[in-house]
Design a protein around this ligand. Structure first.
Ligand SMILES: *Cc1c(COP(=O)(O)O)cnc(C)c1O
Length: 399
């Protein structure tokens, strides 16, 4: 063993990724994330940010961040349970609970931290987690941190969910608790979980229901209140509504909403929450301001949907397949990975920034350009984007 370089694998693995074109090539955004922005020195139309409502650029949201630095400083000084729980954090949670029409809400550092911290506390040995096969990686990691048994059902397949839950009834010894968990909106296809049916099936089997609504909040339901509001489900139909401030809210941070019991349990048990520094004042104040904007300026969510309908109709009428998309996430199907990568780089040359999603993120023949609509895109931005899709689609013989 002596003389062997213990860290040579770092470069070897990186080079393996590079040679198979699986490494991430980071692009640099110079200036704000906005519909017209500068990426690697080039002016482009942004079609792949999660900043659905462009709230990261809203004057009220930016001002709230600036003001909070003045009144509360740049950092919080601690974890929440010790000395890092400012009035601003409590205020955000009150405002979020009101927005979500929930008894209580809890803010985590990120959505990833919420899933990784809470899921393994809800279920342990002797319990069962039932998960959609296409759930987000942060759910998968949360599930891996738990000692519960796992059941996976086919994507949005309610017949399969039902049979997994029926089989669970026969398990010996009887499961103590069952947790059914799903994304609300799936980020690769832009399709939606049938949340009403998931909740009803879980209810029939006495299971908890947990939805990760990262791509649904600010997008779906009245005023952007999310997938639970979209289905008009009652407060107790979905026990954990998890989300993020890093997408439509335009800032950063994770959160869960539900009963007061859930929140009391969650903050006392989630290690990611207990052991990691709390948000700086500017972040929390900006999140509160984003909720304010959602409550008082309904036009942003409306504009997002107007743009979504226009663009989806546009790419379809060019002859592209947009798969099962019913949300502002609109995949444009291309086929194989090489074609998707060529498509994306030609779009960039034409001034449109949209990334390819390729194997292993999706199956080998389902590579696509994933576009994400934004409320602040102007009609001419959408038309220019559609022209670019038409041009490249013809060049590559796809339409
Ligand atoms: C983005 C995302 C997360 C992670 O949220 P962050 O706050 O960015 O950590 C979790 N779940 C889903 C479904 C997501 O899309």
């Amino acid at each position: 063993m002596a003389g062997r370089d213990p860290v040579s694998f770092l470069r070897e693995e990186y080079q393996r990724l590079v040679s198979s074109d699986l490494d991430w090539k980071l692009r640099v955004l110079e200036g704000p994330s906005a519909p017209r922005c500068v990426v690697d020195g080039k002016n482009v139309i942004m079609l792949c940010s999660n900043n659905y409502l462009s709230l990261s650029n809203h004057p009220k949201v930016k001002q709230a961040a600036i003001d909070a630095v003045r009144t509360h400083g740049a950092g919080s000084g601690s974890v929440r349970p010790i000395a890092g729980n400012m009035d601003l954090h409590s205020e955000l949670e009150r405002r979020l609970a009101r927005f979500k029409d929930a008894e209580a809400s809890l803010v985590y550092q990120t959505g990833f931290a919420a899933n990784a911290g809470l899921i393994p506390q809800l279920v342990d040995q002797g319990d069962l987690i039932v998960s959609d096969e296409l759930n987000h990686g942060s759910i998968i990691d949360g599930v891996r941190l738990s000692r519960a048994d796992r059941g996976v059902y086919r994507h949005c397949d309610m017949g399969d969910l039902k049979s997994v839950l029926e089989k669970a009834e026969e398990h010996e010894p009887r499961y103590r608790r069952i947790l059914v968990i799903t994304d609300g909106v799936f980020s690769m296809d832009g399709d939606m979980a049938p949340m009403d049916k998931v909740a009803a099936l879980a209810h029939d089997h006495g299971a908890m229901v947990y939805v990760d609504d990262a791509h649904g909040e600010g997008v779906l339901g009245e005023g952007g209140r999310g997938i639970v509001a979209h289905h008009h489900l009652s407060r107790d139909a979905v026990h954990v509504e998890m989300g993020t401030f890093s997408k439509a809210f335009g800032v950063v941070g994770g959160h869960v909403s539900g009963s007061r019991d859930l929140v009391n349990f969650a903050y006392n048990k989630s290690r990611t929450w207990l052991l990691s520094g709390s948000h700086p004042p500017a972040v929390v104040a900006a999140c509160t301001a984003a909720i304010d904007v959602l409550e008082t300026e309904p036009q942003h969510v409306r504009n997002l949907w107007t743009n979504t309908d226009y663009f989806r109709k546009g790419v379809r009428s060019l002859g592209f397949d947009t798969g099962s998309s019913v949300t502002p996430i609109i995949p444009v199907m291309v086929g194989d990975s090489g074609a998707a990568k060529r498509f994306s780089s030609r779009l960039y040359e034409l001034g449109v920034f949209a990334l390819p999603i390729v194997f292993p993120m999706v199956s080998k023949d389902k590579a696509r350009i994933r576009t994400i609509m934004n409320a602040a895109l102007a009609r001419e931005d959408l038309d220019a984007s559609l022209s670019a899709f038409e041009k490249v689609g013809k060049e590559l013989g796809l339409i």
